[in-house]
Ligand binder design. Structure first.
Ligand code: SF4
Length: 366
C-alpha cells in the first residue's frame, strides 16, 4: 500500500511539473491501476485481521486527504522525485550510503525541502522526528550537492493522520550522525567477518536491507547448503587438519578480541568529553573517541522491577499496546511446555517456521 501510494504521488507530481494537474478521480484511477498491476499473487498479509481490500481503501483515503490539502500542487518547485542520492560519510569517501528522496523541492524562500511520505499507522512525536536519522542522512547528501542552499528542511507527511511534521538539523548534529554511522558500518562489517552477525528472523525479513548478508538468509556464515558440499574435505586427515586450523584461529580470535578490548579501554581513558578526541597513530591513521552521555529508559538488563514500573506508567495512560512488544521467547517456552490453551496451541503450531542452528564448540579429543 505504501509503495502504491508513493508511486501514485510520483506520477501526480511528474505530470504537475509538466503543467498537467490530475483530478482527484484521475489520481485514484492511477492508484487503482498501479494496485491491480502490482498486487502479488501469493500475498502474505502479516496482520491477520486485515485483507488486501482494507489496505487498498486505506491507501485511497491517505491519497484523497493529501490531494485535498495540497491541490493544485503549486506550493513549491519540485526538483526531484524518487531522487537517488549518495551520502558520503567521511572525507576519503570510504564510507558511503545510498538513499532515495521521495520528493525534493525548493520553496519560495529558496529553502530546499526533503520530503518523505509515510503511510504507517503511528504518528511520531516532535522529539522522535527530531531524532529521526533517515532524512538527516539525506540532508548530508543534499548539502554536498547544493552547498550554497538557503537552508534545508526535513518534511514528513504522515498520510494516515493528514499531518505534516518538520525538523531541522545543524552542522554539529550532522557530523555526529556521520561518525555514528561510520561506527555502525564498521560494527556490521566486523560482525560479518567474525561470523557473529546477530539475527532475529521474522516475517519482515523479506523487507530487510541486510538480508543479502544475513546468515539467517543464506549470507556469509550461513549453514552449508547442498551446493557447498564440494567444500567437504576428501579424507580424515584433511578434516583433522581443518579442526586444528579452526582451534588455532579461534584461539587467535579470542586473543585479538581481548587485546582489542584492552586497547579500546585505554584509548577511551585518554579521551575527553565533548565533540571527540582524535588520537593520531604513527602513520596516516587516527582514531576518534567520543564520550557522550544521554538519558535512556532502563532495559531488562537493569532489572525487571524498573521495566515493570515503566510498563505500569504507560498502561495507566492507556498506551501500553502501542509501545509494547510480544515476548516471543516466553511464548515459545510456554508452547513447548504445553502451558497454553489447546486452540491457541494449534494456531501457534500452524504458524511455526522451521529454523536450523549450527554450533561448533571446541572440546578435548577422546
Ligand atoms: S534478514 Fe537477518 S538481519 Fe534482517 S531482520 Fe531478518 S534476521 Fe534480522
Amino acid at each position: 500500500m505504501g509503495s502504491m501510494a508513493h508511486d501514485t504521488l510520483e506520477a501526480l507530481y511528474k505530470l504537475a511539473r509538466q503543467g498537467k494537474i490530475l483530478t482527484q478521480e484521475e489520481m485514484l484511477e492511477k492508484y487503482k491501476s498501479l494496485w491491480d498491476s502490482n498486487l502479488p499473487k501469493n500475498l502474505n498479509i502479516v496482520r491477520k485481521e486485515m485483507i488486501a481490500e482494507d489496505y487498498f481503501k486505506l491507501g485511497g483515503k491517505c491519497l484523497t486527504d493529501y490531494y485535498s490539502r495540497f491541490s493544485p500542487f503549486d506550493q513549491e518547485i519540485t526538483i526531484g522525485l524518487e531522487r537517488r542520492v549518495s551520502i558520503v560519510l567521511d572525507e576519503d569517501g570510504q564510507f558511503k550510503m545510498t538513499g532515495f528522496i521521495d520528493r525534493l523541492t525548493r520553496d519560495s524562500a529558496g529553502r530546499l525541502r526533503i520530503q518523505d511520505y509515510k503511510t504507517g499507522g503511528s504518528l511520531p512525536t516532535q522529539p522522535e522526528i527530531d531524532a529521526d536519522e533517515q532524512l538527516a542522512l539525506y540532508q548530508i547528501a543534499v548539502e554536498e550537492m547544493w552547498p550554497d542552499n538557503q537552508g534545508i528542511e526535513l518534511v514528513w507527511h504522515y498520510m494516515q493522520f493528514d499531518t505534516t511534521l518538520i525538523s531541522h538539523r545543524d552542522a554539529e548534529q550532522l557530523n555526529r550522525l556521520k561518525e555514528d554511522y561510520i561506527e555502525r558500518i564498521k560494527r556490521i562489517e566486523s560482525a560479518v567477518e567474525l561470523g557473529s552477525f546477530p539475527t532475529n528472523e521474522t516475517n519482515l525479513c523479506d523487507w530487510c536491507e541486510y538480508n543479502k548478508i544475513c546468515p539467517a538468509k543464506g549470507g556469509p556464515g550461513a549453514a552449508f547448503d547442498n551446493d557447498q558440499l564440494e567444500l567437504r574435505p576428501a579424507s580424515e586427515e584433511e578434516l583433522a587438519a581443518l579442526v586444528d586450523e579452526y582451534v588455532e584461529l579461534d584461539g587467535k580470535k579470542k586473543g585479538l578480541e581481548s587485546r582489542l578490548k584492552e586497547v579500546r579501554k585505554i584509548l577511551i581513558a585518554c579521551a575527553e568529553g565533548g565533540t571527540g578526541t582524535r588520537h593520531k597513530g604513527s602513520g596516516e591513521n587516527a582514531v576518534l573517541v567520543t564520550l557522550e552521555e544521554s538519558k535512556k529508559l532502563p532495559t531488562r538488563t537493569a532489572g525487571q522491577s524498573a521495566v515493570k514500573d515503566i510498563a505500569a506508567l504507560v498502561e495507566n495512560e492507556g498506551l501500553y499496546r502501542q509501545y509494547s512488544l510480544l515476548d516471543i521467547n516466553s511464548l515459545q517456552k510456554a508452547l513447548d511446555e504445553g502451558l497454553l490453551p489447546r486452540d491457541l496451541t494449534e494456531e501457534l503450531r500452524a504458524r511455526q517456521q522451521v529454523s536450523s542452528r549450527e554450533t561448533v564448540r571446541i572440546k578435548k579429543a577422546r
